[in-house]
Design a protein around this ligand. Structure first.
Ligand code: MG
Length: 225
C-alpha cells in the first residue's frame, strides 16, 4: 500500500464508530426495473450479482480519482447492507438475523469499459474495481433501528438532483438478496451488499461534488478529481 492507497473507512453505526472490513462487496445488478431499462437491459428473473474489491472503498468526504483513459465514469447511488453474522445457505426467513445494519454507498462504474466487457462476454471487474470507486458512509443504522423498506434513494451532482428512487421499487427484497448470494458464497461478518441503483445514472467530471442519500441514513458527500 502506498501512502495514498486505500484505507479502511469507519462509519458511525447508531452513533458508534464501526470500521468496515469486508472480505467482499457483493453488488446487485438491474435490481430496479427503470435502471435496467435505461441501459437497455432485461430485468433478471432472480437476484444477479458481481463483486467489487474492498480496496475500492472510500470514506465520506474523500476524493474520487477518475482513472485516465477509461472513458466516462457513472454515479450509482445505492442502499448498502452490512452483514453482522457469518453464514451460508441462509433462508429468507433467517436473513434478518445475519444483517448488522445499513449505510449509503456509491457504486462508481467506468461505463464504457463495462459496455465493452458486456459485448465481449468479459467480467466487469475492471469497470467496477478501481480504487475510490466505492464511497461509503458516513452514517449507518442497525437493523433493530432501521427498516429498509420505503426509503427514498437519491443523488445530487453539484446540487442538481440526478437520481431519485425508492427501495419499494426494488425487484427483490434484501432478504431474498442475502439468501440468494449466500447460496453461492459464505457471507462473512463485515461483508457488504450493494442493493443496486435506481434510474438516472450518468457521468461524473473533474471537480464535481456528489451527494448520495438514503432516507434515515444521511448523506454521503465526495468530490471528484
Ligand atoms: Mg450498481
Amino acid at each position: 500500500m502506498t501512502q495514498n492507497g486505500p484505507k479502511r473507512p469507519t462509519i458511525l453505526m447508531d452513533g458508534t464508530p464501526y470500521e468496515l472490513h469486508p472480505s467482499k462487496i457483493v453488488c446487485l445488478l438491474r435490481s430496479y426495473a427503470a435502471h435496467a431499462k435505461e441501459l437497455n437491459n432485461p430485468v433478471p428473473e432472480r437476484p444477479r450479482f458481481f463483486l467489487k474489491p474492498p480496496s475500492s472503498l472510500l470514506e465520506d468526504h474523500g476524493t474520487v480519482v477518475l482513472p485516465d483513459g477509461v472513458g466516462p465514469v457513472h454515479h450509482e447511488v445505492e442502499l448498502a447492507v452490512i452483514i453482522g453474522k457469518r453464514g451460508n445457505r441462509i433462508t429468507e426467513t433467517l436473513a434478518g438475523d445475519h444483517i448488522l445494519g445499513y449505510t449509503v454507498m456509491l457504486d462508481l462504474t467506468a461505463r464504457e469499459l463495462q459496455d465493452e466487457a458486456r459485448s465481449k462476454g468479459l467480467p466487469w471487474t475492471e469497470a467496477k474495481g478501481y480504487d475510490t470507486f466505492a464511497p461509503v458512509g458516513p452514517l449507518g443504522a442497525t437493523r433493530a433501528r432501521y427498516d429498509w423498506r420505503g426509503r427514498r434513494v437519491h443523488l445530487k451532482v453539484n446540487g442538481t438532483l440526478k437520481q431519485d428512487g425508492n427501495t419499494d421499487m426494488l425487484l427483490f427484497t434484501v432478504e431474498q438478496m442475502v439468501s440468494r448470494i449466500s447460496s453461492v458464497m459464505t457471507l462473512e461478518e463485515g461483508d457488504i451488499i450493494l442493493t443496486g441503483t435506481p434510474a438516472g445514472v450518468g457521468p461524473i467530471q473533474h471537480g464535481d461534488r456528489l451527494e448520495a442519500s438514503v432516507d434515515g441514513l444521511g448523506t454521503l458527500e465526495v468530490t471528484v478529481r
